[in-house]
Write a protein that binds this ligand. Structure first.
Ligand SMILES: CC(C)(COP(=O)(O)OP(=O)(O)OC[C@H]1O[C@@H](n2cnc3c(N)ncnc32)[C@H](O)[C@@H]1OP(=O)(O)O)[C@@H](O)C(=O)NCCC(=O)NCCS
Length: 266
C-alpha cells in the first residue's frame, strides 16, 4: 500500500477521522520500557523510521488513519523491520501521534446556529412540533406513555412553537395563559420544552425559552411559570428564572416550580 501525499490530491476514500485511534499510544509503550529495556530501544528505532516515512509521504490525518488501519502493511510497504517485542499497531500508533503534533490544528466542528423560533399552527410545522415532543418526552425520556398530547393542545389560547436548525425541526415549546382559581392575573405557563438530542447545547433550548418569555410578555402576561426537571434548574436560572418551590410533583415526576417576570418589551 502506498500513501498518497495529501498536499497533491484530496483523498475521498475513508470517512473523516473523529476520534483518532493513535492517541494515547505513547503511554502504552511505558510497560515495554519497564520490563524490556532492549525491546524498548529497538521500538524507538522502529518508531523513528515510521515517523520519517510518515513525514516523507506528507501524511495528513487521513494518511495516519490509513496507517493505523493496517499497521503491518504500513511497515511492509515502507520496508521497515518491526520490533521483536512491541506490536506493530502500537509502534505505528506512536509514530502517528508524533506526526499528528506536526500537523496544523483540526478545524473545530461548529453546530450550525438555530434559524430562530416561530409560532406554528395546523399543518406540517405543527406536526413537526409534536414530532419533537414525541421523540423527546415519549421515546427518549418515557415521561409520557404513547403520546404527550393533552387538552392544552386544543385550547385556542395555546401557542405551539417550533425551532429549526438549517431548516430542519430541532426543538419546541408550548405556552398558554393560566386562568385557574389559584392563578394570578397575567400568569402564563411554558411547558413541553424539548430539543432533539443531536441539536443540544447549540443554544436552541435557550432561544426557545427566551422566545416563549418574549411572546407571553408581548401578549400582556406578567409572569411565566414552568415545572422544570431538577436537572435543568441551572439552565433556567442562567436564563433569569427563579425557584418558587422545590420538589413539586408534575406529570408524575419530581419537578422544580420556577418563574420569571414578563415585560411587554422582553
Ligand atoms: C433542557 C434542554 C431543553 C436544553 O436545550 P439545549 O438546546 O441543549 O440548551 P442550550 O444549548 O440552549 O443551553 C444554553 C446553555 O445552558 C447550558 N445547559 C444546557 N442544559 C443545561 C442543564 N441541564 N444544566 C445546566 N446548563 C445547561 C448549555 O451548555 C449552554 O451553555 P453555554 O451558554 O455556556 O454554551 C435540552 O437539554 C432538552 O431538550 N432536554 C430533554 C428534554 C427536557 O429535559 N426538557 C426540559 C424539561 S424541564
Amino acid at each position: 500500500m502506498e500513501l498518497v501525499a495529501e498536499t497533491q490530491e484530496p483523498d475521498p476514500g475513508p470517512p473523516p477521522v473523529r476520534s483518532p485511534r493513535w492517541r494515547g499510544s505513547a503511554e502504552s509503550l511505558f510497560p515495554a520500557l519497564m520490563c524490556d529495556p532492549d525491546g524498548y530501544t529497538d521500538a524507538v528505532r522502529v518508531i523513528g523510521e515510521l515517523t520519517a516515512a510518515l513525514r516523507s509521504s506528507a501524511a495528513g490525518r487521513t494518511g495516519l488513519a490509513l496507517a493505523v488501519a493496517d499497521p503491518v502493511d504500513f511497515l511492509a510497504s515502507h520496508r521497515i523491520k518491526g520490533s521483536r517485542s512491541v506490536p506493530a499497531a502500537l509502534l505505528v500508533g506512536v509514530a502517528c501521534e508524533i506526526r499528528e503534533r506536526e500537523l496544523p490544528p483540526e478545524p473545530v466542528e461548529r453546530t450550525p446556529a438555530p434559524d430562530g423560533c416561530r409560532i406554528v399552527h395546523e399543518g406540517p410545522e405543527r406536526a413537526a412540533h409534536h414530532a419533537v415532543r414525541g421523540q423527546v418526552f415519549v421515546q427518549e425520556q418515557g415521561v409520557f406513555d404513547g403520546a404527550d398530547v393533552d387538552a392544552r393542545d386544543t385550547a385556542p389560547a395555546t401557542l405551539h412553537v417550533l425551532a429549526t436548525v438549517g431548516g430542519e425541526p430541532a426543538g419546541c415549546v408550548r405556552l398558554y395563559p393560566l386562568h385557574g382559581p389559584e392563578d394570578r392575573t397575567g400568569d402564563w405557563q411554558g411547558d413541553r420544552l424539548a430539543v432533539l438530542a443531536e441539536h443540544r447545547t447549540g443554544h436552541v433550548g435557550a432561544e426557545l425559552v427566551r422566545f416563549a418569555v418574549a411572546t407571553a410578555g408581548a401578549r400582556g402576561g406578567s409572569r411565566m411559570i414552568a415545572y422544570v426537571q431538577p436537572v435543568n434548574e441551572r439552565f433556567f436560572r442562567r436564563l433569569g428564572w427563579s425557584v418558587v418551590q422545590e420538589s413539586v410533583s408534575y406529570v408524575g415526576h419530581p419537578h422544580v416550580l420556577m418563574d420569571i417576570p414578563l415585560t411587554a418589551g422582553a
